[in-house]
Design a binder for this molecule. Structure first.
Ligand code: BGC
Length: 759
């Protein structure tokens, strides 16, 4: 596990643990394997009646379980290198988590795999999976149908590989853009992130895979994530961070939530009653189960009472100690039953009983087509001076491609989300092609070749971009220079700064000084600063673009595809403009002594708290820059196209109907001569008495339009998106007064405006 990880430790410990496992297996009595093994008898029994609800079916099968069997459903079987590993681990499918089934009743095992932007550990397990553009890129499409396709593909490949549960679904809001997992999340706004993540999870659940939304909650930086105590008001979390989870769960009906490593307001997330029971299970009416992040459980009785249903990856607190606590009455039987009910219910509701997982061959070609389509929809055109783009292959004779191994590869995001590239890491020292925990992993997807294929008549050259004068010389001798610039990030670390690493700013500046037709293609997981922005004529943000990112980039540069993505987070001008200009690093996990045999014990017992104050409160992302009147480099919701759009005809119906929903209608026209897709964004400014940041996103839609075509769209707004959280009443409420509704194509360009009264 990565939480407690230094990778070297992990590797050594894995070997030790495997040796221990082998010894244990040799000694294990056969009946155990038979009882908990993977081969379930064809399910029979009253609970197989499909006309009953998931809850009824869960109750029926639960009646058949012994206490020992119940407890066995409430924890995993261990993870080599992270504490004790049980003999049943032998039946794991090779993913990060495994909860054995109960064959005598036909209860399926839960085989869990990390799958944020594709199924992980495929290389390790001798399999293959597609890498989609990262999750942040998914959010940049602002396309809920695309997000559904994203989830469908991952669900299909999970099933093909023999998994029944995804550990993807990251929806933590970007409070801190230097968070090393920003690429695994869906940006800074709860309505966008929740809707998009929900749509991904909905697609996944439809493949009869248990969807998991994570990391609940406020796990917004990686440094010292086991030590951080996030201090934040209830109002700020309910209107921002928790709202994203609430929306994602409502949209998707995902059946699992993973609680995070950190503490929130003094209590670990995985034993935090306010988070797990009061908000999630009570207020959000979440019927599924909560599992802990890997090693994130810290107690038995407290965690169980708070609402943690399943300990992962092992059984330190929810194995023998929970059995004992149940037998003594220290944990009431009703509580155990609730945990068990939720897990069984999740299995029924997700279709694991009725449509058991069957391994099959991954459709590589279909995966690539979908990955490319999603990448083309996710790449944001940030700058296009003098209509430099799209490039016209009949007019451009030579192009210098510079930097970031663009001759052979494109970058991906690391940590437990890392998808294995086919053939191994494309840029690795000879003999070390394996993907490494926190190693820069490059996909064998060559932008140079993709560009050559898009424009065979153009002469291309390549310069490594490691030396400014050589890069400038290459740029000078070509009609156009395309610089690929990268910023790698991963779970288990944060960025110190949003400045591009490895002297890349100087390289871009030198190239731009040498060639007025310089285009920068970014491969980053977070926003970056751009001191050179005024010197270049084009900027594309391609994120970590997955298995077919290079072709997608080439198609956008040469106009085969009209860009339609918008930023899911703000690009600030500098670190100094962030709510916390200096990222304060608590002791890093890599500073922990992993040779200490008691390290797991120390971490699970609890490291001393490191206080982090989210005192920007409600002002997350653009809400911060708006409220503080700070200029930004590129605003939330911004993205250019090769055509132009016009907005007109705003109508706002405050909504007094049965569902109480406000409706907002307007017309978008494609005023240019190219087909395209535009994201219409709707924001609300609340009455002054609500004491809110200047505006918030309350809805959006993506519309495809032929040249000259107009469409009227109608968005119905959930009342919660217009509400504030009243701490005294412990409830969301609409503040009576005037609401100004603004509509347009970016948070900073909202040509339509109408004020309505709500009371
Ligand atoms: C990560 C989770 C992941 C789990 C299993 C943890 O370290 O924080 O996101 O699902 O490991 O790999």
């Amino acid at each position: 596990m990565k939480s407690l990880c230094s990778r070297n430790y992990r590797r050594t410990a894995q070997f030790a643990a495997l040796a221990a496992l082998t010894a244990l297996l040799a000694a294990a009595p056969p009946p155990l394997a038979a009882q908990f093994g993977p081969k379930s008898a064809p399910p029979t029994g009253a609970w197989m009646n499909k006309s009953l609800s998931a809850d009824e079916r869960a109750d029926l099968v639960m009646k058949q379980l012994s206490l020992q069997e119940k407890i066995a459903l409430l924890h995993g079987t261990g993870f080599p290198g992270l504490g004790p590993v049980s003999p049943e681990q032998i039946h794991s499918n090779g993913g990060a988590g495994y909860v054995p089934g109960i064959p005598r009743l036909g209860i399926p095992a839960i085989q869990m795999a990390d799958a944020a932007y594709g199924v992980t550990r495929s290389g390790t397990n001798g399999r293959y999976s597609t890498a989609l553009p990262d999750d942040l890129a998914g959010a940049a499409t602002w396309d809920v149908d695309g997000a559904y396709t994203y989830g469908t593909l991952i669900g299909r490949e999970l099933r093909a590989q023999g998994y029944s549960m995804s550990l993807g679904g990251g929806v933590n809001l970007t409070r801190e853009p230097r968070d090393g997992r920003t690429f695994e999340y869906m940006g800074e706004d709860p309505v966008l992130a929740g809707t998009m993540d929900g749509s991904v999870m909905k697609g996944l659940q439809a493949q009869h895979i248990i969807g998991d939304v994570k990391h609940y909650a406020l796990n917004d930086q990686e440094s010292g994530r086991n030590a951080v105590n996030a201090n934040i008001s209830k109002r700020a979390m309910r209107e921002s961070d928790l709202l994203a989870f609430q929306i994602a769960l409502r949209v998707s009906d995902a059946q699992a939530v993973m609680c995070s490593y950190n503490r929130v307001n003094g209590t670990y997330a995985c034993e935090n009653k306010y988070l797990l029971t009061d908000a999630l299970k009570h207020d959000f009416k979440f019927p599924g189960f909560v599992l802990s992040d890997w090693g994130g459980t810290h107690s038995t009785e407290k965690a169980s009472a708070a609402g943690l249903d399943n300990e992962e990856p092992g059984d330190i607190f929810y194995g023998a100690p929970l059995l004992k606590a149940a037998q003594s009455g220290a944990v009431p039987m009703a509580q155990i039953d609730d945990h068990v009910h939720r897990i069984l219910r999740a299995e029924f509701a997700s279709g694991l009983f009725d449509d058991p997982v069957k391994k099959s061959v991954v459709d590589v070609e279909a995966g690539n087509r979908i990955a490319q389509h999603l990448a083309e929809n996710s790449i944001v055109l940030l700058r296009n001076e003098h209509a430099q783009l799209p490039l016209d292959a009949s007019k451009v004779h030579s192009i210098a491609v510079i930097g970031s191994h663009a001759d052979i590869a494109m970058l991906s995001g690391g940590g437990s989300a890392q998808v294995d590239p086919p053939g191994g890491n494309a840029v690795a020292p000879p003999g070390h092609k394996d993907t490494e925990w926190q190693g820069h992993t490059w996909f064998p997807d060559s932008p140079l070749q993709a560009l050559q294929a898009a424009a065979p008549e153009v002469k291309f050259s390549y310069d490594a971009g490691t030396d400014a004068s050589s890069a400038a010389t290459a740029a000078k001798s070509a009609d156009v220079a395309i610089v690929f610039a990268q910023q790698w990030e991963s779970e288990g670390m944060d960025l110190d700064t949003l400045t591009l690493p490895e002297n890349q700013d100087a390289i871009v500046s030198a190239v731009a000084a040498a060639n007025p037709h310089t285009i920068v293609v970014l491969e980053t997981g977070s926003p970056v600063t751009m001191p050179w922005v005024d010197q270049v004529s084009g900027v594309l943000e391609s994120w970590y673009s997955g298995s077919r990112g290079a072709t997608a980039v080439a198609n956008i540069l040469f106009g085969e595809v009209n860009p339609s993505a918008k930023l899911p987070l703000t690009f600030p001008k500098s670190d100094a403009d962030l709510p916390h200009p200096m990222l304060i690093h608590p002791p890093k996990e890599s500073d922990l002594d992993f040779t200490d045999p008691d390290i797991l014990k120390k971490v699970t017992e609890g490291l001393p708290a490191f206080q982090t104050y989210y005192d920007e409160g409600l002002k997350v992302g653009y809400k911060w820059y708006d409220a503080e009147k700070k200029e930004v480099l590129f605003p939330f919701g911004f993205g250019l196209s090769y055509t132009t759009y016009e907005y007109s005809g705003l109508k706002v119906e405050p909504g007094r109907g049965a569902d109480g929903k406000m409706t907002v209608s307007f017309t978008i026209k494609n005023a240019g001569d190219r087909a395209g897709a535009e994201v219409g964004e709707v924001y609300a400014s609340l009455p002054a008495s609500a004491n809110e940041p200047p505006k918030r996103l309350i809805g959006f839609t993506k519309v495809r339009l032929a040249p000259g075509e107009s469409k009227e769209v109608t968005i119905s707004v959930d009342p919660e998106y217009l509400s504030v959280f009243n701490e005294a009443k412990d409830a969301m409420e609409i503040v009576p007064g005037d609401y100004t509704i603004r509509v347009g194509g970016s948070s900073k360009e909202l040509p339509l405006e109408k004020t309505v009264s709500l009371n």
